[in-house]
Design a protein around this ligand. Structure first.
Ligand code: ADP
Ligand code: ZN
Length: 574
């Protein structure tokens, strides 16, 4: 911008004002007897292909016409700068602002010339201010996202449940404000790549019928100091201009890594500035604005604490790899528009794709479709799917994971089965909400989601039972596969049981031998060791005496990959 100087800019602004005045005189929006529709509905019509022509105006905002109809419609113009492009991309004729009221061509010619001149000047300015122009480019708004909704996200039902209130809030922020409810400004979706985090964020925008602004954290940090922060401000400015919106930041860890986990010791000024700008913007917007920031990461453990505080990203939702039923549903979604041969069974395909992400499943059917088309076939058959399967498994970085050894699945099934069975037998007040052999970002092999009841105190026997349920994973491995074949899968359990028993002995004064004499040191160490060994032996005995049930749970896990509480109860009752 230096090129023009202050004086130049003043002249340009003055000329602009004159031009605007002239335009206002000659032009007016055409809004006679139009029917008003909600903006969200307008977007729905756009994605359904009903809209033929739109006039982006000022006064009553957007005027538009639909195919096969004489009527004129109107809707609010949120002044989203990306709207025009999105409409054009959707094949809609777009004009800006107005229809002619009066005056001949000769009268408006000078105005048109002026506009043309300004267009040239602004192009030059944008080039000169290269950074500014780049910042704008980084912010790609995607209004067409409104076409995606929850029906496009297969599985992930828990995650969907956890965001339905957010969708409602974006649609109608005032309703929540009336109740004094504070909605999250930010949500973090975490999970392995390709599990549909971006898809979920898009669907939230689509369900709420608001524009979707997507950027990647890595876009923010590769440049010079200050550019990232500038881009963040730019992004929020755009979102605010469109009123309600979903802002999506992929790879948030690129911006929000803890200082401790950052590679370079001296810290990274650029990243800090960008992170601060993000936090400032997030605390800046009005609680009732209906803007929500959704961030995605596959490294939730590396995020800076500052991001997770209340009023920031205070809701964290895991989007895990799909289990058998989830994969079946994802395959169904992506098979919908593809002709399949009758004997191609999606249930079997779902069984053969353990540890596939949603993206890999989509890719699998797509590759198969390409093979079938290339071969000039009428429909996709088993042969094409097999060919695609090998391309995908070979091409995937996590080759070992997709082709995971059957033996590892069995070990995981018994390990998690052991935890679940011991919890049911020893801690009947706890609920085992979910048990699965699909790995999550938190649990290594699989996990057993064990929810303790709400209470203030634990009794001595409850603490001992808790320790036993923690030890039950390792104990099951040992009983079934032998002492030589126990695995590293239990390392987290073992850390936790050690911490628990140390408190038992040295904090709660519950050991019979040491009693209330709280000591640290050799005596306490020996007592902890004795306690853990004794509890471990008891756990092994308990599981061995329920071996049939343990086998049943493990078999069900190998077959279905995850079990809910009812299914587990039924297996134990059997
Ligand atoms: P992420 O953001 O977690 O890396 P994406 O949302 O980019 O994953 O997913 C990539 C693609 O994979 C999606 O566009 C979609 O085609 C497919 N996909 C992933 N998960 C699902 C799902 N749960 N249901 C349907 N399709 C899915
Ligand atoms: Zn375990």
């Amino acid at each position: 911008m230096r090129k023009f100087g202050k004086k130049g800019i003043i002249i340009i602004l003055a000329a602009l004002a004159v031009a605007a005045g002239a335009l206002a005189f000659f032009l007016t929006t055409d809004s006679a007897e139009a029917e008003f529709v909600a903006y969200s509905e307008f977007l729905e019509w756009v994605s359904a292909g009903r809209v033929e022509r739109a006039v982006l105006g000022d006064a009553p905002e957007i005027t538009f016409f639909v195919h096969n109809s004489e009527s004129t419609f109107e809707t609010t113009n949120p002044r989203n700068p990306a709207l025009k492009e999105a409409l054009l991309l959707a094949g809609i004729a777009v004009s800006e602002g107005a229809t002619l009221r009066s005056g001949s061509i000769s009268a408006i010619l000078p105005v048109l010339l002026m506009i043309a001149m300004f267009a040239l000047v602004f192009r030059a300015m944008n080039k000169a201010g290269g950074r500014g122009a780049m910042a704008l480019n980084a912010v790609a708004a995607d209004v067409a996202a409104s076409g995606v909704n929850f029906a496009d996200v297969a599985g992930n039902d828990e995650a969907k449940d956890m965001v339905t209130d957010v969708v409602d809030f974006i649609k109608n922020p005032a309703k929540y404000e009336e109740f004094g409810a504070r909605m999250p400004r930010g949500i973090i979706l975490h999970g392995p790549p390709g599990t549909g985090k971006t898809l979920m964020a898009r669907a939230i925008a689509g369900e709420a019928g608001v524009p979707f602004y997507a950027v990647s954290g890595s876009d923010f940090v590769q440049m010079y100091v200050g550019v990232g922060a500038q881009r963040v401000r730019e992004l929020f400015k755009k979102a605010r201009e469109s009123g309600r919106a979903v802002i999506f930041i992929d790879e948030i860890d690129a911006v929000g890594k803890t200082r401790a986990s950052g590679g370079n010791a001296g810290g990274n000024d650029e990243r800090d500035q960008t992170l601060n700008a993000l936090l400032t913007e997030m605390s800046g917007f009005d609680a009732a604005s209906g803007i929500i920031v959704i961030a995605a990461t596959n490294r939730p453990d590396t995020l800076d604490e500052a991001l997770l505080r209340p009023g920031r990203f205070d809701r964290q939702i895991e989007i895990g790899l799909p289990d058998l039923a989830g994969r079946r549903r994802i395959l169904a979604v992506h098979a919908e528009n593809k002709p399949l041969e009758n004997d191609l069974d999606l249930n079997i395909l779902a069984k053969q794709t353990v540890f596939f992400s949603g993206a890999m499943l989509e890719n699998l059917l797509n590759e198969a479709a390409i093979y079938a088309a290339k071969q000039g076939k009428k429909a996709i058959g088993q042969k094409e799917v097999d060919a695609a399967y090998y391309t995908i498994v070979a091409g995937s970085e996590k080759k070992d994971r997709s082709g995971i050894k059957e033996q590892e699945r069995r070990i995981t099934a018994y390990h998690e089965g052991g935890h679940a069975l011991a919890t049911k037998l020893l801690l009947p007040a706890n609920s085992v909400a979910k048990i699965t052999i699909i790995p999550s970002t938190k649990g290594a092999g699989g996990f057993c989601l064990n929810l303790p009841p709400d209470k203030m105190y634990y009794t001595k026997s409850e603490l001992q039972n808790q320790a036993m349920t923690l030890l039950a994973g390792r104990a099951a491995e040992e009983i079934v596969f032998g002492a030589e074949n126990i695995t590293t899968g239990a390392s987290n359990d073992i850390q936790r049981v050690n911490a628990l028993i140390r408190d038992f002995v040295t904090k709660y004064g519950m050991s019979n031998t040491l009693g209330l004499a709280i000591t640290e040191g050799e005596e306490a160490d020996a007592e902890c060791r004795r306690q853990i060994a004794e509890l471990y032996a008891k756990t092994r005995e308990l599981l061995a005496s329920h071996r049939c049930t343990l086998d049943g749970i493990a078999a069900a896990l190998l077959e279905r990959e995850s079990l809910n509480e009812d299914e587990l109860d039924a297996l134990i009752a059997a």
